[in-house]
Design a protein around this ligand. Structure first.
Ligand code: FAD
Length: 506
């Protein structure tokens, strides 16, 4: 006879109402229904980080799973479409490249397009940078947007997209969504946590008005501090500042401009880099920097001095330590959001990590037995995901030829993780892209950054030398031509937004 099934978890308490808290509340309410009571505690007095405006394509599937219609979402969050990121001055001052969502060129053969491009480039037969074969970049630089087509024979199927949006409005929208599905929200400041004396698990939390709230399972969405995972459970933090040295950001939104670019811009500066994220009602701007090489006042002055439009509020400084929690899930508590770790916003991966933390939690959702194996597997998968993203981010800093400032001299000389060195060595030698199973950024992303930051292979993959008869020049010309025709027919991004999903927030 099989052993009786342990009782299901009947209640979950989420601490924190930033993007992480409300994304978690919405997803749990949607997936667990009435089977589990979900409570979220947040403190308006403490507030949220309030940034987090650029995303990567998988966010679309998060919204779809919740049944949120795209046009409603974009309108509710004053959002815009994002085709990728333009990186300016990263390799050298004056040099820029585009990291597109989606592929370069179009497949016309078993051999990937970029292998042919590499051969032609190394043999001096093509001058156009690989960016010129990205449909995403062709649209981005023309300021156009339309949805991709599903037919893989069409050039319009070769790009992908994500969004820019107002994170505060997204959290408000998800709050309405979650509350409509039974999530209970409590206003209050958590001042203490009680542990179970036997298991060491969290038994309850105490609010500043004296209320005590017990639960079987806790989700720590309390932000950088990690109120439950660190203050109470002392899960520990793995510090990655020696690889990702920026530790401050000064952020200042500015007035919207007449055109709304469908891409993020990241401009390398002397002590970090600056983001520009166009939404419908404003532009998000920020200077991510390293406090060892620039003071907050100078960073703020640099940011404000570079804005093209009127600042909409006083600049705000945010401080962080790049790295990750040693245990993301400990006993009966999982950390999701900034409480789990932060790798700086360079490739817009934080909301993605929240999304995947939630999906993983749902896949491994515990019962009252609280098997430690679930936490072990959650931690294993999450650690791999963090490390893959970390390596991709480090590549941007490491692969620089800039020597005009301390930060860049430090980065180009720094030791990097073996896992990243391995990938660079393979690419440099013969153009091979080493991809791991759990790679978030796939081949086109790595190619864009390698080539954009002047890591060029010594030779093209051997298979391209065995195919001298393929009419590559004709194929390249046909692709470029198809791209031009497709872009010409697309609406301007601003017109697309105005027609399909105008902001509901002025
Ligand atoms: P927070 O927003 O800090 O929320 C914490 C919550 O916990 C708040 O509700 C707070 O009130 C509550 N809380 C804290 N202490 C207590 C207490 N004692 N009692 C009760 N409640 C409490 N991500 C992206 O994906 N794309 C980006 O472009 C991007 N840009 C970023 C730029 C910067 C400079 C930074 C710092 C982050 C950026 N991020 C970005 C990350 C993104 O902002 C966060 O991942 C996201 O907002 C989630 O934050 P959070 O909910 O974990 O934490």
């Amino acid at each position: 006879m099989s052993a009786p099934q342990p009782a299901p978890i009947r209640n979950v308490l989420i601490v924190g109402g930033g993007s992480a808290g409300w994304m978690t509340a919405a997803a749990l309410a949607n997936s667990l229904g009435n089977a589990c009571e979900i409570t979220l505690v947040e403190s308006e007095a403490i507030g949220t980080v309030g940034v987090g405006e650029a995303t990567i394509p998988p966010i679309r599937y998060f919204n779809q799973r919740l049944g949120i219609d795209e046009a409603t979402f974009v309108a509710e969050t004053s959002g815009s479409y994002k085709l990728g990121i333009q990186f300016v001055d990263w390799a050298r001052i004056g040099q820029s490249y585009f990291h597109p969502f989606g592929q370069h060129g179009a497949e016309f053969d078993q051999v990937p397009f970029y292998h042919y491009w590499m051969r032609e480039h190394l043999e001096g037969r093509v001058e156009a940078p690989i960016d010129d074969f990205s449909m995403g970049w062709a649209m981005a630089k023309a300021g156009k947007f339309a949805h991709p087509l599903p037919d893989r024979r069409q050039i319009q199927s070769t790009f992908d997209y994500a969004y820019h949006f107002d994170a505060g409005l997204y959290a408000q929208y998800l709050r309405r969504y979650a509350e409509a599905r039974g999530v209970r929200r409590l206003e209050g400041r958590v001042v203490d946590t009680a542990l179970d004396p036997e298991s060491g698990a969290i038994a309850s939390i105490k609010l500043d008005d004296g209320r005590e709230l017990a639960a079987e399972f806790f989700v720590d969405c309390s932000g950088f501090r990690g109120l439950l995972i660190e203050d109470a459970l002392q899960a520990g933090y793995e510090n990655w500042q020696h690889w990702l040295p920026c530790d401050r950001a000064v952020a200042a939104p500015s007035a919207g401009e007449t055109t709304i670019d469908p891409y993020t811009r990241s401009t390398a500066k002397s002590a970090g880099w600056q983001w520009r994220i166009p939404l419908q009602h404003r532009i998000g701007n920020g200077y991510v920097h390293c406090s060892e090489f620039i003071g907050e006042d100078e960073a703020t002055a640099t940011l404000v001095g570079s804005l093209n439009s009127q600042p909409l509020s006083d600049p705000r400084v945010l401080r962080f330590v790049t790295g990750r929690r040693k245990k993301f899930w400990d006993k009966n508590c999982v950390a999701i959001g900034l409480s789990a770790g932060f790798m700086e916003p360079l490739e817009s991966t934080s909301l993605h990590l929240i999304q995947y933390g939630i999906l993983r939690l749902l896949a491994l959702f515990p019962d009252s037995e609280m098997s430690p194996l679930l936490a072990e597997e959650y931690n294993r998968q999450t650690a791999v995901e963090y490390e893959r993203i970390r390596d991709f981010l480090i590549l941007h800093y490491k692969a620089t030829e800039r020597d005009d400032a301390e930060l860049w001299r430090y980065c180009s000389a720094m030791a990097i993780p073996d896992s990243l060195q391995y990938k660079i060595d393979h690419f440099r030698d013969y153009g091979l892209l080493v991809a791991d199973e759990r790679e978030l950024f796939n081949n086109p992303s790595w190619i864009a950054v390698y080539l954009g930051q002047n890591i060029v292979p010594k030779r093209a993959p051997a298979i391209t030398q065995m195919r001298p008869d393929v009419p590559v020049a004709d194929r390249f010309a046909a692709i470029a031509n198809a791209m031009r025709g497709a872009v010409a027919e697309m609406p301007a991004h601003g017109d697309f937004l105005a027609r399909h999903c105008p902001s509901r927030h002025g």
